[in-house]
Design a protein around this ligand. Structure first.
Ligand code: HEM
Length: 192
């Protein structure tokens, strides 16, 4: 795998795309588990999802930084009633120079964030770890005033592993909600 075609048909080299190449395509997972906050405690939702990554291309920032870009859409439905319980649109970007990766996304609850981190390879497995923290001037979180007051996202961390045609992720979103601080809203799934 040495070159990639961007949406404008420009040919990108593998160095620019880096680890993003292993994400490309449409993934499906049936064994997801979500732990979410409820006024009277915790809600557990078994879920299934699709996660689709498409190569966008590249961008240069301030004539200095060159990023490879992948866009994605995540659609999550609860098994019990097929209800859409999560939708997410975002970009993964790779900076070959600093060897940093970033998952920047928006969810319709009016929360957006830039989670940044690193990639490592162990045997045939790629392991990505990214995190964001509210108030950070490195990788931060933005939310609407209502959310800041009522359901404040304090931090987000995600580990995503790809090995062949298997993608596994685990993520923790820490939320202050219903008068309690530090609720650990977690999501995990394995996709192929
Ligand atoms: C697979 C991923 C996810 C699933 C399945 C999921 C699902 C849920 C569910 C079921 C709730 C309970 C409230 C409701 O019934 O609507 C909830 C609440 C919430 N989620 Fe997520 N979520 C996911 C990821 C995220 C992410 C990545 C963030 C932010 C970075 C986030 C932020 C929130 C917040 C702030 C709430 C509290 C709002 C409320 O309960 O009224 N979630 N989520």
């Amino acid at each position: 795998m040495s070159e990639f075609k961007a949406i404008d048909n420009k040919v990108l080299d593998a160095k620019l795309v880096g680890p993003l190449a292993l994400l490309l395509g449409k993934w499906q997972g049936e064994t997801g588990m979500d732990i979410a906050p409820e006024p009277d405690g915790v809600e557990e939702n078994a879920f299934y999802e699709t996660l689709e990554f498409k190569l966008v291309g590249d961008v240069s920032n301030a004539e200095e930084q060159d990023l490879g870009i992948v866009q994605y859409e995540q659609i999550v439905r609860r098994k019990r009633d097929d209800k859409l319980i999560h939708h997410q649109l975002g970009y993964w970007t790779w900076d070959a120079e600093s060897q940093t990766i970033c998952n920047g996304f928006t969810i319709p609850r009016r929360v957006s964030l830039l989670a940044g981190g690193t990639v490592e390879y162990i045997n045939n497995k790629m392991i990505i770890f990214v995190e964001a923290e509210n108030g950070s001037d490195t990788w931060g979180i933005t939310e609407a005033a209502f959310m800041r007051e009522k359901a404040n996202t304090k931090s987000f961390s995600q580990t995503l592993e790809v090995e062949g045609d298997r993608l596994h992720y685990q993520q923790t979103t820490v939320v202050d909600i219903y008068g309690e601080s530090g609720f650990e809203h977690t999501d995990e799934n394995t996709l192929t």
